[in-house]
Design a protein around this ligand. Structure first.
Ligand code: HGY
Ligand code: MN
Ligand code: MN
Length: 403
């Protein structure tokens, strides 16, 4: 098969994977959910058809190995879970391109084993914690994570058991990184940069740092008709004030992005003053100091708003993802492979988080971005062009032969 045929095959497989969903009519596939079993069945078949041996580790990562000439390994992969109402390519395309590259290269043609990993959870939707799969592969998973409970009261440990796996084996999911040469992830850019530059591909130099925080504003629920405006303790009004501040502040700091993407108003009655809002803050910047400063400024403003509105502010969880630099030598190899096939040596940082951020802690990493028409992602209108996918498979295959 030529690269265009491999790309067309990968895209039709992405369509098939998109039928594995928890919610008919939209794509939602979270950590070890029932539809993930069906997705594993499809991916297993495609990996085997490409000449790979297949295993599933204790955190539900599905791993295809194309055997090589010696005992070193080079890893690729991306995530098979999705956000709610997702596009078909965020994560899945990276797994499908790994399989396509294996198919293009064939067994025992590389001087190392080539593993493609379908990570079980990168988005963190079910257990409000991202990167569960890559943390386990990297040996960074902590046993206390098993106690986390999803919205139906199911612990992570039970979700793993219900999937037919044994959480007690989680340590065996970790690779021995003394025999791993590196990790490279192929992913859609999910933003507007490559389209603006009129480029199909880009070599990723690093990933922005992130602060992901979940919080409560709490005031006093009361009757919407009998409670005068002065003296109300309206939690949603407090969040609204914070939201206007966050947007204005983020516009004022170059390259800063800040989002309140989730907000639950409680009790949620139209004739009840909101006594509580549960909401999220997602703050990102490519420089650690700027990210830390922005996080503190926004949290102080939230505290100021709580004080003058007689609300309380509670931080439920606070996750920090440090700024990530990919491995310079590996990025150069990716750029060289791009140049070898007529692509401009264009480099960019990732505004999105990826499993690469976790693997970067334990092995050299690189990423290859594919143009996102319209720059849209985390949305069912997310799309890719087949010729860009063909180019990605060709360049990635070239890259693998050069590492
Ligand atoms: O949110 C992110 O950056 C990624 O899509 N999980
Ligand atoms: Mn995503
Ligand atoms: Mn992704």
């Amino acid at each position: 098969m030529n690269y265009t045929q491999l790309a067309a095959e990968a895209l039709s497989r992405a369509d098939e994977l998109a039928t594995c969903t928890e919610v008919p009519g939209i794509l939602k596939r979270t950590f070890l959910s029932e539809p993930m079993k069906k997705a594993h069945g499809l991916v297993r078949g495609w990996m085997q058809e490409a000449g790979m041996s297949v295993r599933v580790d204790a955190l539900g990562n599905i791993i295809g190995r194309l055997s090589g000439k010696n005992d070193q390994a080079f890893l690729t992969g991306s995530h098979l879970d999705t956000v709610p109402d997702a596009g078909k390519y965020d994560g899945m395309l990276g797994v499908l391109i790994g399989i396509a590259a294996a198919k293009a290269i064939g067994a025992n043609n590389l001087p190392f084993h080539f593993d493609t990993i379908g990570f079980s959870d990168e988005e963190g939707v079910r257990y409000k914690m991202p990167y569960l799969g890559s943390l386990a592969v990297s040996g960074l998973f902590q046993e206390e994570f098993f106690a986390r409970v999803d919205e139906n009261g199911i612990t992570m440990a039970d979700a793993i058991k219900n999937f037919g796996l044994n959480p007690a084996d989680y340590r065996s999911a970790a690779y021995d990184f003394t025999s791993v040469k590196g990790f490279a992830e192929v992913h859609i850019e999910q933003g507007p940069v490559l389209e603006k530059e009129d480029l199909a591909l880009g070599a990723v130099t690093g990933l922005v740092g992130q602060s992901r925080i979940k919080l409560f504003f709490r005031g006093l629920a009361s009757h919407a008709g009998t409670t005068p405006m002065p003296g109300r303790r309206d939690a949603f009004a407090g969040l609204s004030e914070l939201s206007v501040f966050v947007e204005k502040y983020a516009h004022s700091v170059p390259h800063l992005v800040a989002t309140i993407g989730m907000a639950q108003v409680r009790p949620g009655g139209a004739n009840v003053i909101p006594g509580e809002v549960y909401f999220s803050l997602d703050i990102r910047h490519g420089e650690q100091a700027k990210l830390d400063e922005a996080t503190e400024v926004i949290l102080s403003q939230a505290e100021y708003i709580a004080r003058h509105r007689h609300l309380t502010l509670e931080i439920e969880t606070r996750e920090a993802q440090a700024v990530v630099k990919c491995d310079a030598a590996l990025v150069d190899k990716m750029a060289a492979a791009m140049a070898q096939h007529g692509h401009k040596n264009f480099r960019l940082a990732s505004g999105a988080g990826h499993d690469t951020a976790i693997l970067s802690k334990v092995t050299p990493t690189a990423m290859l971005f594919i143009r996102s028409p319209g720059g849209i992602s985390h949305n069912p209108i997310e799309t890719v062009q087949v010729e860009d996918v063909a180019a990605a498979i060709e360049v990635f295959t070239e890259f693998l032969k050069s590492v």
